[in-house]
Design a protein around this ligand. Structure first.
Ligand code: MG
Length: 211
């Protein structure tokens, strides 16, 4: 008998979903959602520290609202999309910007720049029923006590129902999958010794260190 085959969850991410962030990186405003993935090994939970890896000299923070998928779905209509969200949390889409710029300049994939180990710290999740409107959630990231990123989900270029519907045309959503919904402006490098605090509304969801 071979090893047990495990059915694992996946992490789906949206790039370029806030206009001011698109502008700060001099990217083109997308006409369709930009989708990429991270492997499960990217997850970093329970506010464990992030250890700065040796293959990058420029890792950027990207704070994002993260959705957890409630049920299996394929070709989901926008009007039903919100019923596929079970819980909401906060995450960081750590990006090795130097590796990403190198890949982008050659037209190569972002897999390593976005998917390296522990590139996806996530908070605890809160049931979706605790939010009155997923299209109106304030969230922020402070570094060493200073607010660096702050926005509201209403500023998304592609709102949550559109994202879910779009992804599910190509990739079947399954229970427990995570969707990173894009970062607002204010991204920048982290360094060893930084303390990152992420909030949804006034509540702290993330609080961890770079080591
Ligand atoms: Mg991102």
């Amino acid at each position: 008998m071979g090893p047990k085959v495990r059915d694992s969850m996946k992490i789906l991410c949206i790039g370029r979903n806030y206009a001011e962030h698109v502008a700060e990186l001099n990217n083109e405003r997308p006409s369709e959602p930009v989708i990429f993935t991270k492997p499960e090994t990217a997850l970093l939970r329970k506010n464990n520290p992030f250890y700065f890896p040796d293959y990058s000299e420029n890792i950027h923070h990207e704070v994002e609202i993260v959705l957890r998928v409630a049920k299996v779905g394929k070709t989901i209509a926008e009007e039903h999309a919100l019923s596929y969200v079970e819980a909401v949390g906060l995450g960081i889409d750590f990006t090795a910007r130097d590796l990403q710029e190198k890949a982008k300049s050659k037209g190569l994939p972002w897999a390593l720049a976005k998917g390296f180990d522990f590139s996806a710290p996530i908070s605890e999740f809160v049931p979706v029923t605790e939010f009155t409107d997923l299209g109106n959630i304030n969230f922020s990231l402070e570094i060493n006590g200073e607010v660096r990123q702050q926005s509201n989900t209403r500023m998304m270029l592609f709102p949550i129902p559109t994202i879910i519907s779009y992804i599910s045309r190509f990739i079947t959503l399954k229970i427990g999958d995570l969707i990173f919904t894009g970062t607002p402006s204010g991204v920048g490098p982290v360094k060893i010794g930084d303390r990152l605090v992420g909030k949804i509304e006034d509540k702290t969801f993330l609080d961890f260190e770079i080591k």
